[in-house]
Design a protein around this ligand. Structure first.
Ligand code: AVI
Length: 321
């Protein structure tokens, strides 16, 4: 069964891809690998636990915003909306919107992991018998086909979780440009994590129970399990810190001393303190994100934020059809 918060846009990467990308990551300086490699089943289960941690506020804050404002969001979507969810996962958040919608045309979850997506759709269909659910198994960051637009209602995209924060700025703009075209005549509802006190951010990525550390180290554990890499995960430390000028949390795995990783007969040397970068999690201001979205063709609309202004859901109007 899918995990309630299941990892966004990121599962089911073929093994050859992982081996190839890990070699490339270990060869280059500075060393860096895509965060998509966090999310095998073990990593997805750890992410699920992260979402419940007292220090990790984004999931519960966004859920609370959706609970409080779903009716206003549904009113903006109007009747006969075709709702597209990017990186759909387990469909927990979108249920709050679907419950509030009046006679939606259809719901189109897009996710790269077919088995997880289809299981989640079956569970949703059991609760919403009359809803037309049209899952699309695809990497939504690449060109993909969608079912035809509704004749009457608009097409609205939903991209929660601040997953856009894990993209590089170029990737974020590229995704927003793609979405602006795909959603022409409609809108995008997107969740973004906001810039805040660095101590709050630091705690969210350095939790007391060490779950985020285990999530980060799972990249190495996976390399051992799946690729037969010879390495000592205990030889690496979780490192997560806020880079204020670049408004992002950076996660790295830092070598505790000199050591080697062996992969497919190749040996990669790590000096003491040397790092493998694993993730950026960008934080935004509302105005900054609206400016980025405007470069992709979106017009700023309503914004919903919690009282502490830690997280925001933004309505962005796509260009006319
Ligand atoms: C999935 N993504 C939005 C999470 C984040 O906060 O950037 C991934 C995560 N990394 C460490 N903790 C959570």
């Amino acid at each position: 069964m899918p995990l309630p918060h299941a990892a966004p846009w990121l599962h089911a990467v073929p093994l050859e891809g992982y081996a190839h990308d890990l070699h490339a990551a270990l060869r280059q300086r500075p060393r860096s690998i895509s965060p998509k490699y966090f999310y095998d089943d073990a990593g997805s289960a750890l992410f699920e636990r992260i979402c419940e941690l007292p220090e990790y506020y984004p999931t519960r804050t966004e859920l609370a915003l959706l609970r409080s404002h779903a009716a206003e969001m549904a009113a903006l979507m109007g009747e006969a909306v075709q709702l597209i969810e990017y990186g759909a996962g387990a469909l927990r958040k979108v249920r709050l919107l679907l419950d509030a919608l009046s006679a939606p045309h259809s719901f189109v979850p897009v996710d790269i992991s077919g088995p997880h997506l289809l299981a989640a759709c079956r569970a949703l269909q059991a609760e919403h018998a009359s809803l037309a659910i049209q899952p699309v198994v695809a990497d939504f960051t690449r060109p993909h086909d969608l079912p035809a637009r509704p004749q009457r209602g608009q097409r609205v995209g939903f991209f929660p979780g601040s997953s856009i924060g894990n993209f590089s700025p170029d990737q974020a703009l590229e995704f927003l440009r793609m979405a602006a075209q795909e959603l022409r005549g409609g809108a995008l509802l997107i969740g973004v994590d906001l810039v805040k006190d660095p101590a709050v951010l630091h705690a969210a990525y350095n939790d007391a129970q060490g779950v985020t550390a285990a999530f980060n180290l799972n990249v190495l554990a996976r390399a051992q399990r799946e690729l037969g890499a010879e390495l000592d995960p205990a030889g690496f430390a979780h490192s997560a810190f806020y880079n204020a000028p670049l408004q992002r949390i950076e996660m790295h795995l830092q070598s505790r001393g000199r050591q080697q990783i062996r992969l497919d007969q190749r040996v990669y040397e790590f000096e003491d303190g040397e790092t493998l970068h694993t993730e950026h999690s960008h934080k935004f201001s509302v105005a900054g994100f609206q400016t980025l979205a405007a470069r992709a063709g979106f017009k700023a609309g309503p914004v919903w934020q919690d009282a502490r202004e830690w997280f925001a859901l933004l309505w962005l109007q796509a260009p006319a059809a």
